[in-house]
Every structure is written in C-alpha cells, then in structure tokens.
Design a protein. Structure first.
Length: 288
C-alpha cells in the first residue's frame, strides 16, 4: 500500500523514528519486524518487532487540534487558495488586505459547490474592500464586523492595513480559531477509544510491550506540551493504557521524538523531550 500524497502524516517513518530513539536510549537492537495489518491479524496494530528479547507492538495515529482539522485544511486550500491568485491585484503596493475566516468555515460544503461559493465570496471582497476602514499594519484594532456575504454559508470579516512594507500588495486569509483545547480533548479522546484496545490485545495475549505513537504535523495549533498535558487527562483512570506514549513532530526538519509517558518518566523529565532525527534517514516500515 502506498501513502496517500494528500495526507500530512508518515506512519511508517514515524514508527521508525520512535524505534531508533528507543534503540539509542536503551542500547537495544530491533529484529524480526512485521506488519500485523498486512497479515490481517485479528487485532491489527501497525507494526511489531523484537527490541532485545522483548516483543513490542506499536500503533500510530495522526493527531489534530480538533476533529476534522486535517480535512478542513484541505478544504480550505481548495476554496481559498485560488482567491489569492484571483485577487492578487486588489491591494495597493503600500497596503495589504486580509480576510478572516472561521477555522471550520468549509465544513459541510460540497466539492461541487466550491466554485459557486468562491465566486460569491470574491465578488463580496472586491466590493467591500472599497469601504473597509484602513488601519496600520500590525494594529490589533480590527473593528470590522463579521458578516455572512450573499451566497456564502459562513461569516467572514475583511481588514485593510496601510504601511504594510514587505506585506505590501498582498491579499491573504487567516483562519480564526475557537475553543481549541476542548476540541483537542475530544480528538485525543477519540484516539484513546480507537487505539488502546488494539494495543491491549497484544499486551494481554502476546505479552508485548505496547507503544502508542502520536504524529504531530500541525505547525500552528499543536505542540508537544499541549499534547502531553491533554493526553494525561484523557487517559487518566483507564486500565488499558499502553506502556509507552510518544509524539513525533514532523512539520519541521529535523523531526523531533518526545516521550509523553513511560515507566517512571514523562514529558517533564529531562532527556525525554525533543530527540532529533533526520527524516531522510528513516525507513518507511509500513508504506502508509
């Protein structure tokens, strides 16, 4: 199976990054790796191998700041990306124009309706830019009210900035966030409910050391500490917790591997955070 080029996640490489970290830290070597999913195992975790004399079972998942974030990123690119090109002449060389949109604006819009919504939004932007109040670039004063333009199923607000310097002549959009931490808790709770049981089967039936690998590909709304704190709350009280939990940060190079929890250690212990690995040296263990 080949990896979907549209996904920001790298399952097999993230698993390899965690295994390399454990090998280096504990002075062990892996052997006999296999893919239970490819073998149609009844509880198909993503990868198993021996580390020293111990069988380990690893399960990977990409994480989001809120349910639907990754899908929404792709939808936003489809809807708003062409507007940047279409309206590139809208702002004068000394100013810039910014469209604020809700983070979940595109949810529920059918692909076939995207051109119609985009055209309606473009027409409103061109008309509204003429009367939008101008403020100095970088000003926090944004007194333009949010409105729902005709033919557009979400609210937006338009802002015009003067003395824009390097941003001069640009039209761009920003996605405005809402109650992100509530969404993060919900999304990581879904991960817990989906992944803990699969790992627990291997721990119970094969005496495997169970490892959950979370991949963070989100530069803007997520970081290791937020994930560590939220996940600790999400898994509290569960009797099927994996033995170890790691997060692999893949939106920067080199990638970072951080241990959120293992026996006697957690994110806040020295030596458990931000181990760097060059992604070009990693092996894709699963092809997913």
């Amino acid at each position: 199976m080949t990896r979907d080029p549209e996904t920001p996640f790298h399952e097999g490489m993230a698993l390899d990054a965690v295994l390399r970290r454990i090998e280096e830290r504990d002075g062990v070597q892996r052997d006999g790796g296999f893919d239970p999913e490819a073998q149609r195992h009844a509880s198909p975790v993503d990868y198993c191998c021996k580390l020293g004399d111990e069988l380990v079972a690893l399960e990977h998942t990409g994480i989001e700041a809120f349910p639907g974030q990754i899908r929404g990123n792709g939808e936003a690119k489809l809807l708003f990306g062409p507007l940047i090109e279409q309206l590139k002449e809208l702002a004068a060389p000394t100013e810039c124009i910014c469209l604020d949109i809700p983070i979940d604006a595109t949810m529920g819009i059918k692909t076939k309706d995207v051109p119609t919504v985009r055209d309606a939004l473009a027409a409103w932007i061109v008309e509204s830019a003429l009367t939008t109040i101008t403020t100095p670039y970088g000003s926090r004063l944004r007194d333009t009210a949010s409105v729902k333009p005709p033919g557009v199923p979400f609210e937006v607000s338009l802002h015009r900035f003067s003395a824009a310097h390097a941003m001069g002549g640009r039209f761009y959009f920003t996605r405005i966030t809402g109650p992100i931490e509530e969404g993060r808790t919900e999304r990581l709770g879904q991960t817990r409910d989906k992944k803990f049981g699969k790992l627990a089967v291997w721990k119970r039936n094969a005496a495997a050391h169970s490892i959950l690998v979370l991949e963070d590909a989100d530069m803007f709304l997520t970081n290791e500490q937020r994930v560590a704190d939220t996940f600790a709350r999400v898994e509290e009280g569960r009797d099927d917790q994996p033995d170890d939990v790691y997060v692999v940060t893949t939106y920067i190079e080199p990638w970072r591997v951080t241990c959120l929890r293992r026996a006697g250690k957690n994110y806040y212990d020295e030596g458990e955070r931000f181990w760097e690995v060059d992604s070009s040296t990693l092996q894709d263990l699963t092809g997913r």
